[in-house]
Design a protein around this ligand. Sequence first.
Ligand code: DLL
Length: 452
Amino acid sequence: MLTKGSNAWYNDLHTRSDESMIWNKKVECMNREDMRAIQSERLIQLVKNVYNHVPFYRKRMNEAGVKPSDIHSIDDLVKLPFTYKTDLRDNYPFNLFAVPMQDIVRVHASSGTTGKPTTVGYTKNDIENWREVVARCLSMSGIGKHDIMQISYGYGLFTGGLGVHYGAETVGCSVVPISGGNTRRQLQLMSDFGSTVLACTPSYALHLADALNENGYSLKNMKLKIGVFGAEPWTENMRVELEKKWGIRAHDIYGLSEVMGPGVANDCIYHSGLHVHEDHFFPEIVDPLTKEPLEDGNEGELVFTTLTKEGIPLIRYNTRDLSTLTHETCQCGRTSVRMKKITGRSDDMLIIRGVNLFPSQIEHVLLELGETSAHYMLYVDRENNLDTLELKVELDESQLTGTIRDLQNLSRKIEHALNSAIGLHVKVSLVEPKTIARSEGKAVRVVDNRKK
Ligand code: DLL
């Protein structure tokens, strides 16, 4: 990770007062009691609204034996039933909308790997609130009107491009809406325009960094100083890797289309968790099995209630993302609840011979060793009723000159490190650079052949 003194811009950011990076001080630094009062007031309105306008919620609440009059404060949230992705699918395309279609000004959809997409709708106010929360995220990343921001998230039905775009314009950046893909052009414009901020998935940021040399560029041609990375899980080790490769400070932006899109939470310069914009999105952590709420510090599924959304308000939406919460005030002065970097999704967890495994654990080990590239693909299979794991890892260009024995030793070293970290035998195959498929959006890192 970059340290003070190693880079001029980094010093500059750290000498600017933290206050200058707080977009909405009144809300982001509000005392906890006042925040709870706002949340309570908003929840009461929300519950009345969905009960009266969304037949799905009226039915769910009736089944659970809870009426809007039972909700007196945010503490009563636990009385309400959860909402799941399947509920959005079952109500495809617009049946969860709480306003008539003439009040919806934008629709986004997530493609989904199976079945129907999930659709979300935004009113004018929703778009304004989205703009506001993304502006808060970008400000806490140290981004402002002096920045040129290259947005390489996809524009279109995916919320990444347009979601970040509005917030970036709001904080006054010069926005380059290049969208995803076309690596060569990304690098050319980054160099020609002097982009200072790159917004894309962390896996695409890694791919772009690796593509610098072969496209005739080096860091010297670039003015990049900040990364706004999200839309997929990435480890702290990946942050270090990206900061080193690009000479930047890398921030984590979190969100999901059902709840809003990018901008639900973001980490500040202290990188000690992501500040949740809890006046709009109330978070809870629940036990993945029992669905009972968990105290701060315990890992579980992240659940959000949208406190201000008009188009498609959601009550206790279970994201399946795994995290923990803390309500301690951050060094930056913000009092907002923070969520820990997402470790994975409960439905992405692989169970291999009874052992729970998240792809992020593999990434952690590979980057900790630091002897290969960070590009990998995990193949899960079943032979004679036993689960098997094979990990293909790309070598760095520099390692191609080694002897076969060196490579065998390296494979064994990785197998050993994985075994100690996850308690499973993984067959490691080292493959040539650039042979594992790259993604311009969310990376696919697991092929589970047991499901075929
Ligand atoms: O990925 C929204 C987004 C766009 C967020 C750009 C950040 C930047 P969906 O396509 O609906 O929306 O996917 C949401 O992606 O439930 C998480 O599993 C994952 N995800 C999003 N951001 C992060 C992150 C967008 N920072 C799903 N860290 C979520 C880990 C993330 N996982």
